[in-house]
Design a binder for this molecule. Structure first.
Ligand code: NAD
Length: 288
């Protein structure tokens, strides 16, 4: 079993760290929110520390699940020079590809490995230990990381060199944003037409419009429940990363860009921390 530091035990990290502890790993957790690590330790077996610098001492693996580039760089400033030679740092945050390449180079300079390893599957995937990991970095570091990531991931794929994991995650987000807005429009349409929408979902899940969003979010969208999941703020962050990367390659992304603007409206409605399927709420309110 391995010595692991887990930094950032938010909506995703909490469950991933819990799976590692359950698998028998020696886990030290840390979060910038006061008391969060102690709360985690009250429910799981492991130790809590206050700073990332303390967390990485003597650890074979460092795992991060942080909001964005800014937090990743803040953590890197505190830990890179503290990493024992040969440590593998697995970063599950969704960040810019360039940011992950910069950190990978800094980590390589101290004799350790860094994987940009964003995930897909949502909070339920983290809770159930069925996440999909798309990684960029060194083959040996990835092979080593697979042994620990398998505690919470069902599929792990090395996509290429540093940054390739983030570019894959961006592709995933491009492919999903329009689907959620289309689902909001379809559900609103069926509801307004007076159909039994539960029945409509049941039928569509067996047809060509079935999607992860439909299977996992349609019921909650109909019920107007949004206090969980992947926040509007984080999805807007991802869309920002995608649009910047696309602009650098001159790839047009009209749908992604439009949904980004719609999510800005959800934020203005007070939905910054709602799951981003609250696009449904925007759809409903616009009719009134
Ligand atoms: P979150 O905001 O709930 O969790 C991030 C955690 O990092 C928070 O607890 C925060 O306090 C902590 N943190 C921030 N700065 C820190 C620092 N300097 N030191 C220690 N801890 C710090 O976010 P989340 O929903 O768990 O997402 C985490 C990452 O995973 C994001 O990059 C997100 O884009 C990605 N992601 C999320 C989901 C999802 O469904 N929530 C799905 C796929 C990918």
């Amino acid at each position: 079993m391995s010595k692991i530091a887990f930094i950032g035990i938010g909506r995703m990290g909490w469950h991933m760290a819990a799976h590692l502890a359950k698998a028998g790993h020696d886990v030290v957790v840390c979060d910038v929110v006061p008391g969060m690590a102690d709360k985690w330790v009250a429910e799981n077996s492991g130790a809590a520390v206050v700073s990332p610098t303390d967390a990485v001492q003597g650890r074979e693996y460092v795992i991060t699940s942080l909001p964005a580039d800014r937090e990743l760089f803040a953590v890197a400033d505190g830990i890179v020079n503290e990493l024992a030679k040969g440590t593998v740092w697995i970063d599950h945050s969704t960040t810019s590809a360039e940011g992950s390449r910069v950190i990978a180079a800094r980590v390589a300079d101290v004799g350790s490995g860094f994987l940009d390893a964003p995930v897909s599957g949502g909070v339920d995937g983290a809770r159930n230990g069925t996440l999909t990991v798309m990684a960029g970095g060194d083959e040996n570091a990835f092979a080593s990381a697979e042994t620990v990531m398998s505690a919470y991931a069902a599929r792990m794929t090395l996509m290429g060199e540093s940054g390739a994991g983030q570019i894959t995650k961006m592709t995933n987000q491009i492919c999903v944003v329009g689907v959620c807005q289309a689902l909001a429009e379809g559900l609103d349409f069926a509801e307004t037409a007076g159909l039994d929408v539960q029945k409509v979902i049941h039928v569509m899940l067996q047809g060509s419009s079935a999607s992860w969003q439909m299977a996992n979010r349609a019921e909650k969208m109909l019920a107007g429940e949004y206090n969980y999941g992947f926040s509007t703020t984080l999805m807007r962050k991802d869309i920002g990363l995608v649009l910047e990367e696309a602009a650098s390659m001159n790839v047009p992304l009209p749908v992604t860009s439009m949904v980004g603007q719609m999510l800005a409206e959800v934020t203005a409605m007070g939905g910054a921390q709602w799951d981003w399927c609250s696009l449904m709420e925007r759809q409903r309110r616009r009719k009134k």
